[in-house]
Design a protein around this ligand. Structure first.
Ligand code: AMP
Length: 214
């Protein structure tokens, strides 16, 4: 029996992938919020789900630790493409990558005056590319979480982070000053898996495509 392994991260991506799996006749048999298991069985004996950190999904799929995965475009860009096959925009876990500053920081005039900006972010590749294209000089500070705190503590002038409703920014007296790009989650596939397990993977891709269009 050929086993198909799908890498997902807990939270929004897991939750929003469940209906797509259901459309493919696949039901995950355990709730990751209740179980501590990292490998979850499904009602299909040949399909299993592995739970990994969001930023590790592209790595698992790249090296064949998983045949497929669901990952945000933000994570994919930061990881680099590295030969991952990307057949589908699933249209789930939508948000945007934006630049935000303290509500009392005059971003427009700092940019106009050619000031050097200190930018804190987890999304270094996206931020670097964006500010380079704008001709703005930046000192990049890599963070792994709670970017919102950086401008409040004087660590940075600006952050580049994911924004969905904008509530997190508002609660921390930050304002969105640039929208860099729209984000949604993508299906990524290991290229060797696609060749070696073509029929079951194609079936999954087709079912996901149908369900995400609906
Ligand atoms: P919000 O308050 O709705 O604007 O959400 C912003 C917070 O949720 C930030 O801390 C983001 O890092 C996180 N966030 C928003 N959308 C996503 C997403 N699609 N995937 C992962 N994290 C997200």
């Amino acid at each position: 029996m050929t086993t198909i392994t799908l890498a997902l991260s807990k939270g929004r991506i897991f939750d929003e992938t469940l209906p797509l799996l259901a459309a493919a006749g696949i039901e995950v048999l355990e709730d990751p919020e209740k179980s501590r298991k990292l490998i979850l069985a499904t009602n299909q004996p040949d399909v299993r789900v592995v739970l990994v950190r969001a930023t590790d999904v592209p790595t698992y799929v790249q090296y064949g630790g998983a045949d497929l995965g669901v990952t945000g475009l933000d994570t994919l860009i930061e990881h680099g493409n590295h030969g991952l096959y990307q057949p589908l925009d699933l249209g789930i876990a939508k948000c945007r990558v934006s630049v935000a500053v303290r509500d009392d920081f005059d971003y427009a005039s700092a940019v106009r005056q050619g000031a050097r900006l200190r930018v804190a972010t987890k999304y270094v590749a996206i931020a670097r590319e964006f500010f380079a294209a704008k001709g703005v000089h930046v000192d990049m500070i890599k963070l792994y979480g709670s970017m919102e705190l950086a401008p409040l503590t004087g660590l940075a002038d600006a952050i580049v982070d994911l924004v969905s409703t904008g509530n997190t920014l508002k609660a921390n007296h930050l304002v969105e000053v640039e929208r860099i790009m729209d984000i949604s989650s993508r299906l990524v596939v290991n290229q060797a898996s696609l060749k070696l397990k073509q029929a079951p993977i194609r079936r999954l891709i087709d079912a996901f495509a149908q369900a995400s269009k609906a």
